[in-house]
Ligand binder design. Sequence first.
Ligand SMILES: [Zn+2]
Length: 472
Amino acid sequence: MKKISFLAVLLFIGFTAYAQEFTPQVQRFISVNSDLVAITNVTVIDGTGAPAKTNQTVILNKDRIQEIGEASKIKTPANAKIIDGSGKTIIPGLVMLHEHLFYTKPFENWFSVGQMTFTFPRLYLAGGVTTMRTGGSIQPQTDLNVKKWILEGKMTGPKMDVTGPFIEREGPRVPELGFLGNTDEVAKIVNYWADKGVTSFKVYNNITQEDLKVCVAEAHKRGLKVTGHLCSLTYEEASNIGIDNLEHGFMASSDFAEDKQENICDPFAARTGLAKENLNGDNINALIELLIKNKTAITSTPVVFEPYTGHEVVPGGGLDALAPQVRERIQNGYDSRVNRDEQSINLFNKNLKWLKRFHEKGGLLVAGTDPTGAGRTVAGYANQRTVEIFVEAGFSVTEAIKISTYNGALFLKKEKEIGTVEKGKKADLILIDGNLEQNIKNIRKMEIVFKEGVGFDSQKMFKSVKDQVGLN
Ligand SMILES: [Zn+2]
């Protein structure tokens, strides 16, 4: 009897619906959940870098893209839910690789961060991110639970690739980080967290070459990747050791620091070296060549560096998301510093030009936000702003989108499933109310973010966490 009922349940699930189960807390953000969806007469920027195509019809069947092509040639199934895409644009769901479930929470002269378990996953999905890699975690166990509960339909957020706790030596940085006593600990950390389900690792400012060698060896043994926000090691050293990815564009490079001492982080010397290096300098060009040769990917995180030049206080428009007390602090900080850092502006622009060169020469450039810094970088809003910055820096709209979608998927080795809007791939895509090539800021007009064919209401998710960032 027991056996029969178990079988019956299986058959029932198999025949009635694909529809993933969602708790009411998640369901309230879902605006489209039909087995068949047809988005008609829409412009598609597919994430491959190909030019935008107008008058397209996209058919979603359960969690997959079933068909895509000219509206006149694609037959819309009679039982499909039809969404008129006139005047709208579809892009792939964003795949961003320097995300965090924590946010800046300074105290007196300390830099510190606090976990944003609830607001950030929801904001990421609202901002179009359907897959993300966290770029280091302060509560890896929380991040792993969030990942699992999102997959189970109990929380609202993107699919996640969770990075382990920062691998770091003690330095004058963040009290939430764990510090290595010696290199032997690295293998233990990597294997412990890999067993727990972590799929990436991140080394930080003060590690030694030996630490990185062990980290890379242990992670690679398990097919996992290592990225780094460096300072004590140069990009050249780390790339030659075999690191897979470098964070923050060239902004964290100490390669140009004068009298660089091995394994020592001197952020001021690093910054001075970057400022001195010419736009077309021999050193930067040699470094670009080396990174491409070694297949070291670079993550650009421009929003966290967006200087005080009269741009928005929270780039992407997320000021309302902040808890009032946090908003006040950040507004005050902004007001007292605006337009006073010429060097930051120059470096910001130069870094983007170097990254464009790296990209054009064939380097793998991926995107991320890093919602930390001065607290002006807020999940979701910052992801949209990242794409805008690429376009402002001279990348074409189609290239900016490819970097923010396909390239991330390629790095994560998920490019066969996600990263582009193509027949057979997962239905991870965003419906935007507007034309991105007319104005890239239309990317802020996201309507529906489809994750595996289920459509989430972007604006509703954004509104639901108003006044909460910094607290939850
Ligand atoms: Zn970060």
